[in-house]
Design a protein around this ligand. Structure first.
Ligand code: NDP
Length: 325
């Protein structure tokens, strides 16, 4: 049968390249779950995604109502779902003041974590019906304090989760750890939540539902719109720094292929894994040669990401905030 893959936030960057790669694979159909319907339609055509290989649907992860409406309208289409890719994210490092979702949560954690948390819960039973069911959450090393990139301040730190317990909704509880607002840290915290959630879903649901859970760090995709808030000099320097100094650079195209590999290939069938690639990317773009392309391997997450007590607390608080408990 045809493998139906939902990708959130694939109107740009990594998600768009993964959606395009999946749409060209035999027997795949991509559901582009995007907040801007017409942008998604437009970029799908620009990427030459074959007509009939994808469906655009509206999903705004910054609204729990929108998440619920997406699931209802997905079911009413009568489509099966084999894989869910939680990819959408906002990164707001230069916001001096916090912004909030429709439900009043700080945006980075509200969109990147809570919206996806609800979506995974609502779609679990539908996904479990597949022959090769998978839920993939895009992670990042920036939330991983055991890596070089994860050591760049401010560091991710969920603390005792007091800000989250207090609703993540007013200025004194805008950060998960209850600290002062810092947009860059809020993003990193949200990525830690993504990885903790993946591991907790694996622990609670893998044996019972047979779903493969995975997270990945696709490499540094230095040219996506994620860095749109950054200054022009940064957007010029950053890709070059990643290409020639850290060698962590990966083109959007190749990062998309890596994500698509985790969604469908047999070598990424193992559950509970944080996938990465070693070796240099195939191409550094601009005509310069790259490395061999890198091989998939099971990465070691940081201590905070393997803290089971924290994962359980995050799970309980997230259930409460999303209205599931
Ligand atoms: P982009 O900014 O290019 O893409 C983010 C996508 O998320 C866009 O399609 C955006 O939609 C969508 N989005 C934002 N808010 C919402 C919302 N409320 N509801 C639905 N969709 C939304 O960034 P990237 O491609 O770089 O990021 C994709 C993923 O990769 C993220 O999870 C990020 O954390 C991760 N990542 C990125 C790395 C990098 O180096 N770039 C490294 C490691 C991980 P719109 O087009 O409307 O803005």
């Amino acid at each position: 049968g045809v493998r139906h893959v939902i990708v959130t936030g694939c109107s740009s960057g990594l998600g768009l390249r993964a959606a395009a790669d999946l749409s060209r694979k035999p027997n795949h159909h991509v559901i582009m779950a995007c907040r801007d319907f017409s942008k998604a339609e437009r970029v799908a055509k620009e990427m030459n995604m074959p007509a009939g290989s994808y469906t655009v649907m509206h999903l705004d992860l910054g609204s729990l109502t929108s998440v619920r409406e997406f699931v209802d309208s997905y079911r009413s289409k009568g489509l099966p779902v084999d894989a869910l890719v939680c990819n959408a994210a906002v990164y707001l490092p230069t916001n001096p003041e916090p912004s909030f979702t429709a439900d009043g949560f700080e945006s980075s954690v509200g969109i990147n974590h809570l919206g996806h948390f609800l979506l995974c819960h609502l779609m679990r039973d539908d996904i479990a019906k597949s022959k090769d069911p998978r839920i993939i959450i895009v992670g990042s090393v920036t939330g991983n304090t055991n890596t070089l990139a994860g050591q760049v301040p401010p560091l991710a730190d969920l603390g005792d989760l007091r800000g989250l317990s207090n609703g993540l909704s007013d200025y004194s509880n805008v950060m998960i750890d209850g600290g002062e607002y810092d947009g860059a840290k809020a993003y990193k915290d949200s990525k830690v939540c993504n990885m903790l959630t993946m591991r907790e879903m694996h622990k609670r649901w893998h044996d019972q539902y047979g779903i493969t859970f995975g997270s990945l760090y696709p490499g540094c995709v230095a040219e996506t719109n994620l860095f749109r808030e950054k200054r022009a000099w940064f957007r010029w320097l950053f890709p070059r720094f990643q290409k020639y100094v850290t060698k962590g650079y990966v083109s959007q195209q190749e990062a998309g292929e890596r994500l698509a590999q985790v969604v469908s290939s047999p070598e990424a069938k193992k559950s509970g894994v944080y996938w990465s690639w070693n070796g240099e990317a195939k191409s550094f773009g601009e005509g310069s040669a790259g490395g061999s392309g890198g091989a998939l391997f099971e990465n070691e997450p940081s201590d905070e990401v393997t803290d089971d007590a924290k994962a359980e607390k995050l799970w309980a608080e997230s259930l409460r905030l999303t209205g599931l408990a």
